[in-house]
Design a binder for this molecule. Structure first.
Ligand code: ATP
Length: 376
C-alpha cells in the first residue's frame, strides 16, 4: 500500500496539428488506503488521467509519485498497479482460475501452489469460489466483473485503478456491486483510484471525490463537502440528482433582481458578494419549500408544470409563469398532494441558498449547515 501523488499532471494530444489539452495541470494526493473517485462528464480527461497513472499513456508534463518514488517514466509492468477496465477483458478460452492466475504466472516467480492459494482466496473474497473452473462465457455480467476484479486482487498491488468498472451492469446489480466494492476495499485497504461519470457512484463510494471538467480539477473533497460546499457552479450542478437549480440575477443594492423574482438579502449575505455585479443563485430541489401563502420576501408565486412521483418523494417541476419552458425543480415528500397546473408559493430560504459569481462561476456563499438536523 502506498500514497499516490499526481503532481501537476498534464496531457496534450496532437490531433493533426491541433493541440487537445486532455488533462490540464492536475494535482491530487491520494492517501495510503484511500478510495478516491475521479468524476466528471464525458471527455473531461478521466480515463486519460488513469491511463497515465497506469503507464498506458505518456505524460506531457508533471509527475506521478507512488510511495514517495517517481514512477512517471516507468513502463506499465514496472509499476505496482493493477487496473480494472469497463470491458472485463477476460480471455474467453481460459477458465476463471486461469484468467486470474495468468498474470502471476507470467510476471512473477511464485510457485504454482502459491498462485493457486491466492486465486482460491480471491475467489472466496469475491463470493465466486464455485465458479473458478468455468469459462467467462458461462458467467453473468456481474460474475465476469468479479473475475476482472479478482485478477487485479491476486496481484496484491500497491494501487488499484478502476475505469468505470460497473457501467456494463444493470442498475440493481450496479448498486449491489457498489456496496461490495466498498466492503472489499475496506478489507484490502488498498489505495484506489476509481473513474466514473456517475455522480451517484462518486457520492456513495468515495472517501473523497475529485471533480474534473475540461481537463481541469474543480474540487477535491469528501462527498458531503462537494455537495454542500461546492467550490464553483460546475461542481454544484454536477453533484446531486436532480441537479441544483440556478437563477441568474443582477445585484441592486440589498436585492438580487431577475426577470421572475426579486430576492432580498440580509446584510451578512450581501457581504459575501464582494463587488460582484451579477450573481447566480443556486438552490437544491430539497431546499425549496412549498408553503401556503406568501409571507416574506423569499416567497414567490409559481405554477406546477409536471409532477414526477418517485414513491418516496415527488419531483415537482415548476415555472414562474404558467406557459414557461424555463422550469425549476423541487422535491417534496411522496405523500404530499401536488398536481400539475396547481398554483403554489415556493420559498427559497436564505440559509439554504448558494451564490456564485456569474462570470467566474466561483462560489461566493454556500448554504449554511448550522440548521442541519441533529443525528438522533
Ligand atoms: P469518457 O467518460 O467519455 O470516457 P473521459 O473523461 O475519460 O471521457 P478521456 O477519454 O480522458 O475523457 O478524453 C479526454 C479528451 O482527450 C477528449 O477530448 C478526447 O477526445 C481526447 N482524447 C483522448 N484520447 C485521445 C487520443 N488518443 N488522441 C486525441 N485525443 C484524445
Amino acid at each position: 500500500m502506498a500514497q499516490l501523488e499526481l503532481d501537476h499532471l498534464t496531457k496534450v494530444f496532437d490531433d493533426d496539428g491541433t493541440d487537445i489539452i486532455a488533462v490540464d495541470d492536475v494535482t491530487i494526493e491520494i492517501e495510503d488506503g484511500e478510495f478516491l473517485v475521479l468524476v466528471g462528464p464525458s471527455g473531461c480527461g478521466k480515463s486519460t488521467t488513469l491511463r497515465m497513472v497506469a503507464g498506458l499513456e505518456t505524460v506531457t508534463s508533471g509527475d506521478i509519485h507512488l510511495g514517495g518514488k517517481t514512477i512517471t517514466k516507468q513502463r506499465p509492468q514496472e509499476r505496482d498497479i493493477a487496473m480494472v477496465f469497463q470491458s472485463y477483458a477476460l480471455y474467453p478460452h481460459m477458465s476463471v482460475r486461469q484468467n486470474m492466475s495468468f498474470g502471476l504466472e507470467e510476471s512473477t516467480d511464485m510457485t504454482q501452489d502459491d498462485i493457486d492459494d491466492r486465486v482460491t482466496r480471491a475467489g472466496e473474497l469475491l463470493g465466486i469460489p464455485e465458479l473458478l473452473e468455468r469459462k467467462p462465457g458461462e458467467l453473468s455480467g456481474g460474475q465476469q466483473q468479479r473475475v476482472a476484479l479478482g485478477r487485479a486482487i491476486v496481484r496484491e498491488p500497491e494501487v488499484f485503478l478502476m475505469d468505470e468498472p460497473l457501467s456494463n451492469l444493470d442498475a440493481k446489480l450496479r448498486s449491489e456491486m457498489r456496496t461490495e466494492l466498498q466492503r472489499l476495499q475496506e478489507d484490502l485497504d488498498t489505495t484506489t483510484m476509481y473513474v466514473t461519470h456517475d455522480q451517484t457512484e462518486a457520492m456513495t463510494m468515495g472517501d473523497r471525490i475529485a471533480v474534473l471538467n475540461d481537463g481541469e480539477l474543480q474540487q477535491v473533497g469528501t462527498p458531503l463537502e462537494c455537495y454542500h460546499e461546492p467550490a464553483n457552479k460546475f461542481v454544484a450542478g454536477f453533484i446531486g440528482e436532480p441537479s441544483m437549480n440556478f437563477f441568474e440575477l443582477d445585484v441592486d443594492g440589498d436585492e438580487l433582481v431577475g426577470d421572475d423574482f426579486t430576492y432580498a438579502l440580509s446584510p451578512d449575505t450581501k457581504e459575501t458578494l464582494g463587488g460582484a455585479a451579477s450573481v447566480t443563485l443556486g438552490i437544491r430541489p430539497e431546499d425549496i419549500e412549498l408553503v401556503g401563502d406568501a409571507e416574506g420576501d423569499h416567497d414567490f408565486a409559481a405554477t406546477i408544470d409536471v409532477v414526477e412521483p418517485m414513491g418516496n418523494e415527488n419531483s415537482v417541476y415548476l415555472g414562474f409563469s404558467a406557459d414557461t419552458e424555463d422550469t425549476f425543480v423541487a422535491t417534496v415528500g411522496g405523500m404530499k398532494q401536488v398536481e400539475a397546473g396547481e398554483e403554489v408559493t415556493v420559498r427559497f430560504p436564505e440559509e439554504a441558498i448558494h451564490l456564485f459569481d456569474t462570470t467566474t462561476g466561483e462560489a461566493l456563499k454556500n448554504r449554511s449547515l448550522e440548521l442541519t438536523e441533529p443525528n438522533v
